[in-house]
Design a protein around this ligand. Structure first.
Ligand code: NAD
Ligand code: UDP
Length: 341
């Protein structure tokens, strides 16, 4: 198959490119490198079945010829990234998604959308099944991401119902692993980098909020299964092993051997209090379940960061003092005269 992966130089996208190349597909990776890195795909650049196209998919998706599937992963995903790029995030969820859908329609290809558990907002139903509609603040600080993805889901659904495009929607829950940037601000990378640098772990709020963390290899198997199916979704993909942020900090202390010091920061506005996927649909329609435990996945991720001490050290300044937390971003934006919430 010839598969277009938008956002293919990012964390998840680059692992997806590897998996597809590994099973003899041809891959066209389209990325503007806004949050991705060429180093994530460097090993693929000279592969005969791999092509890299540098483009902003909100403006254009310059791919010609036969295409079997468009996997649309392009979008900032880390809260500090989307706070930094609010308009770009809304653009790639709306115009970027439509460019992907138009390409799929022209080529008679399948379109797979990487949506998110953020469409459930701060959920009032727990755990979250796909038929829960969510609890999202449409003008809050996270709305740039949440509503972009909700619009992307609506647009994808309309291309299926009105234009007959073969579409599939995945709702991805917190995923982590090698190739994440140590300074990207997400909790797993922040905690590991802080621990390895000997700095306190920055816990937002009292650490009682929960997430369910999925290791990247498991997640990518699910995306590939969705590419291969005709399932329209939405389908949740995530690991239902829910834990508190405080508990994650404890696990990181155990795996790194770092001194147990924690620095508490205010909880960012609209930070979801709990999150856990119901994955019975993924099990049924995709035959998918995660198999990698948090302990195993985190051990592999710690090892990846240990092998890159300079990169981890370079992230130090961004990670200390809570410069990446939502509060700091909100204060910064308020100082510019922008009311974010
Ligand atoms: P990432 O930031 O590592 O990757 C996103 C990639 O998209 C980057 O390479 C970036 O340069 C590229 N990109 C962004 N805007 C673009 C544009 N306009 N044109 C072209 N390329 C663009 O993030 P990730 O964690 O790999 O996330 C990938 C996708 O999966 C995103 O759509 C995200 O919303 C979704 N997702 C991820 C998670 C997670 O926990 N990792 C959870 C839910 C959903
Ligand atoms: N978080 C934290 N310390 C950090 C970064 C994040 O306590 O240094 C918290 C954050 O407030 C949230 C959870 O960890 O409750 C997951 O945050 P992340 O940004 O990884 O993902 P998301 O909020 O998008 O699920």
């Amino acid at each position: 198959m010839r598969i277009v992966v938008t956002g293919g130089a990012g964390f998840l996208g680059s692992h997806l490119c590897d998996a597809l190349i590994g099973r003899d597909d041809s891959v066209v990776c389209v990325d503007n490198l806004s949050t991705g890195r060429i180093s994530n795909i460097e090993h693929l650049l000279h592969h005969p079945r791999f092509e890299f196209v540098s483009a902003d998919v909100s403006t254009e998706l310059p791919v010609t010829g036969h295409v079997d599937t468009v996997a649309h992963l392009a979008s900032p995903a880390s809260p500090p990234d989307y706070h930094r790029m609010p308009l770009e995030t809304l653009a790639v969820g709306s115009r970027g998604t439509e460019h992907g859908l138009m390409l799929a329609r022209r080529a008679g290809a399948r379109f797979v959308l990487a949506s998110t558990s953020e469409v459930y907002g701060d959920p009032l139903v727990h755990p979250q099944p796909e038929d829960y509609w969510g609890n999202v603040n449409p003008v809050g600080p996270r709305s740039i991401y949440d509503e972009a993805k909700r619009f992307a889901e609506a647009l994808t659904s309309a291309y299926r119902s009105a234009l007959g495009v073969n579409t599939g929607i995945l709702r991805i829950f917190n995923t982590y692993g090698p190739r994440m940037r140590p300074h990207d601000g997400r909790v797993v990378t922040s905690f590991i980098a802080q621990a390895l640098n000997g700095d306190p772990l920055t816990v937002y709020g009292d650490g009682s909020q929960t997430r369910s963390f999925c290791y990247v290899d498991d997640l990518v198997r699910g995306i590939v299964a969705m590419i291969d199916s005709t399932e329209q979704g939405p389908v949740n993909l995530g690991n239902p092993s829910e834990r508190t942020v405080a508990d994650l900090a404890e696990l990181v202390f155990q795996l790194t051997g770092a001194e147990r010091t924690v620095e508490y920061h205010p909880l960012p506005a609209d930070d979801p209090t709990r999150r856990r996927p119901v994955i019975t649909r993924a099990q049924k329609v995709l035959g998918w379940s995660p198999v990698i435990t948090d302990r195993d996945g985190l051990t592999r991720t710690v090892q990846y960061f240990r092998e890159r001490p300079e990169e981890v050290l370079a992230a130090r300044e961004a990670l200390i003092g809570g410069q990446l937390d939502g509060t700091a971003v909100l204060e910064h934006r308020a100082a510019e005269g922008v009311t974010a919430a």
